[in-house]
Design a protein around this ligand. Structure first.
Ligand code: NDP
Ligand code: 1BO
Length: 316
């Protein structure tokens, strides 16, 4: 399977380019390289601070005749400070301006966490709005308007567990069409994958390689390194492949879209070539046995003393 097909027939390429931490000054070339070698899916977000440069790269590729807009799948996300229903359409319009696009293919609620307007990352409990003040259902009404206004073809969520997803499925006229979450062999999310499958919601895997370039403030001590895992490395060696390719291929074999980030020309190519790697059932099982219940992005940065969010609610 190379694409996820939505109910209206639109097809999202399962392998895309991630852009969190892709630095300004580098991301233009990274996106251009990726599109030139065949990537047709780019994952973006305003919080990544680089949508303008990504937009320039997309524009350059279209102007050079490398690709047509309709052949690209561009995802972006609603930042947490724009969860009020009336803030959602203006937020996507800002993203579209930065990306120099008329529409995005997919627009996601980035987190089930609301921040006060203008807050980038929280530094105290006072920066938050609780879900009682802005229910996710209200934010979703704003997301539906985004589709009705032709600003996004599809809408979905990110970092949602079953309970938060269920809140939206009960009341919405457009159901969430994607859940983008952390998943890799150390954190497989099989329960969520099954739940989403039963409800026709595909998953996209973020941090599929272990997100080793995260800021140190978001890292725990002695984190296990996925790319160094002995089983992953031995399967990679047996196929003359790179460990990253095995991780990407494993996700594709599970039917989960995957968006590895790189700004390195060679690794962008290497990751794209993972489409061609076959894993047999024995190899899939060896990788499935690596489960450690280990999130790299713990979400602890949303938890403050006397704040309205606890991890159990965020991941519910
Ligand atoms: P990844 O797991 O994609 O890892 C990125 C790191 O892996 C970088 O250091 C990169 O370095 C390195 N890398 C890339 N390719 C290879 C390779 N072939 N071999 C060895 N190392 C490699 O981490 P991310 O956290 O960035 O996740 C991917 C994307 O998912 C993000 O960029 C973002 O688009 C999305 N995301 C969404 C989140 C959400 O809340 N919705 C949260 C986190 C991520 P280099 O660039 O030098 O190649
Ligand atoms: C706060 C981290 C967001 C990555 O998508």
């Amino acid at each position: 399977m190379t694409h996820i097909t939505f109910a209206n027939g639109d097809k999202m390429p399962m392998l895309g380019l991630g852009t969190w931490k892709s630095e300004k000054g580098k991301v233009f070339e990274a996106v251009k390289t990726a599109i030139k070698i065949g990537y047709r899916h780019v994952d973006c977000a305003p919080i990544y601070g680089n949508e303008q440069e990504i937009g320039e790269a997309i524009k350059a590729c279209i102007e050079e005749g490398v690709v047509r807009r309709e052949d690209l799948w561009i995802t972006s996300k609603l930042w947490n400070d724009s969860h009020r229903k009336e803030d959602v359409v203006p937020a996507v319009k800002n993203t579209l301006k930065d990306l120099s696009l008329d529409y995005v293919d997919l627009f996601l609620i980035h987190w089930p966490v609301a921040l006060k307007k203008g807050v980038y990352l929280a530094t105290s409990a006072a920066d938050f709005l609780s879900l009682a003040e802005i229910p996710l259902e209200d934010t979703w009404r704003g997301m539906e308007e985004v589709v009705h206004n032709g600003l996004a073809k599809h809408i979905g969520v990110s970092n949602f567990g079953k309970a938060n997803l269920s809140k939206l499925m009960g009341t919405s006229t457009i159901k969430p069409e994607m859940n983008q979450v952390e998943t890799h062999p150390y954190f497989q999310q099989n329960d969520l994958l099954d739940f989403c499958g039963e409800n026709g919601i595909p998953l996209t895997a973020y941090s599929p390689l272990g997100s080793s370039d995260r800021p140190s403030a978001l890292k725990a001590d002695n984190e296990p390194n996925l790319l160094e895992d002995k089983v992953i490395r031995s399967i990679a060696e047996s196929k003359n492949a790179a460990p990253a390719q095995i991780l990407i291929s494993w996700s594709l074999h599970r039917g989960v879209s995957v968006i590895p980030k790189s700004t390195n020309d060679q690794r962008i190519r290497e990751n794209f070539e993972a489409r061609n790697i076959q894993l047999n059932s024995e190899e899939m099982e060896m990788i499935s046995n690596l489960e450690k219940g280990r999130r790299y992005l713990s979400g602890e940065f949303w938890v403050f003393e006397n704040g309205p969010y606890q991890l159990k609610d965020i991941w519910a």
